[in-house]
Design a protein around this ligand. Structure first.
Ligand SMILES: O=c1ccn([C@@H]2O[C@H](COP(=O)(O)O)[C@@H](O)[C@H]2O)c(=O)[nH]1
Length: 273
């Protein structure tokens, strides 16, 4: 099954467009895990179990694992998600971008080492830098378009000679030229709902990964209305810290579940309007 098929099924089966981010930060872990050698794996897997009923997938951010030398733990976590929740896609947020020969290694890492269903990549090095990911034709390639951070405007809002902002050129390029096999999706931040709407108008039903709700303050109703497809789906709306660290007390896993459910419900409610 392809990434896009798996995602479509997860949206329908879970009735959720919420993607739960896995960004383990030891400084914010609950006390009960302090000092435990398996703290990262235990934390992430408890979060996965608590939030899976409300999620359409999981998005581990590789930097949080690599910074701690915890890539093996990430591998275990991804394997366990595949075993326990085979219908929920794993998006590895790695934002890779390099020449083709190196990109082949990054693709192998994402899809073979971690078994990710999709990986985030930068469009900045052009089509040939993305090809090694597309060569895994059952996997997804999620390309940065208009990121959620304010500084994203420095380059992404730059106007081309025809007046078009660069992020819309990226959206066009991916939708019309790079996505010949239907494997692509785009990253657009929830902090910029007008830009989400602009992108949606140009790309048909291509999925969007939308980070920026929760800790970054993105507006859920505005995001959901701007990014939805005619079918009322088309979005992986990611929240990480607001779910992971909803509580540092003994109730942390339950608090994460409640935060995930509330986010899922807020997205659902917005789609009813
Ligand atoms: O434009 C982007 C692209 C990726 N991210 C990533 O999403 C999560 C957001 O975390 P929150 O705690 O919900 O703010 C994080 O892993 C980022 O690296 C993004 O924020 N914006």
């Amino acid at each position: 099954m392809t990434f896009i098929d798996k995602l479509n099924r997860a949206w329908a089966a879970q009735d959720s467009l919420l993607m739960v981010g896995l960004d383990p930060d030891l400084r914010r872990f609950p006390k009960e895990l302090a000092g435990r050698p398996d703290a990262i794996t235990e934390f992430c897997l408890r979060i996965v179990e608590a939030t899976a009923p409300y999620a359409c997938g999981f998005k581990p951010q590789i930097a949080y694992f690599a910074a701690l030398g915890a890539e093996d733990q990430l591998q275990d976590i991804c394997r366990t998600i595949r075993e326990r929740h085979p219908d929920l896609p794993i998006v590895l947020d790695a934002k890779r971008g390099d020449i083709g020969s190196t990109a082949s290694q990054y693709a192998r890492e994402a899809y073979e080492r971690y078994g990710a269903d999709a990986v985030t990549v930068s469009p900045y090095l052009g089509r040939d830098s993305v090809q090694p990911y597309l060569d895994y034709n059952d996997r997804g390639v999620i390309i940065l378009c208009r990121t959620s951070n304010p500084g994203g405007a420095d380059l992404q809002e730059m106007r081309l000679a025809n007046g078009m902002p660069l992020y819309l050129h990226v959206a066009d390029l991916v939708a019309r030229t790079w996505n010949t096999t239907g494997q692509c999706a785009l990253v657009v931040g929830a902090t910029f709902p007008d830009e989400i709407a602009q992108v949606r108008r140009r790309i048909g039903d291509m999925p969007l990964l939308i980070p920026g709700v929760g800790a970054q303050g993105g507006d859920i109703p505005a995001t959901a209305r701007a990014g939805r497809t005619a079918a009322g789906t088309g979005m992986m709306i990611n929240s990480s810290r607001a779910i992971l660290y909803a509580s540092q007390g003994d109730d942390w896993a339950q608090a994460a579940a409640l935060a995930a459910r509330a986010t899922r419900d807020a997205i659902r409610a917005a789609l009813q309007d």
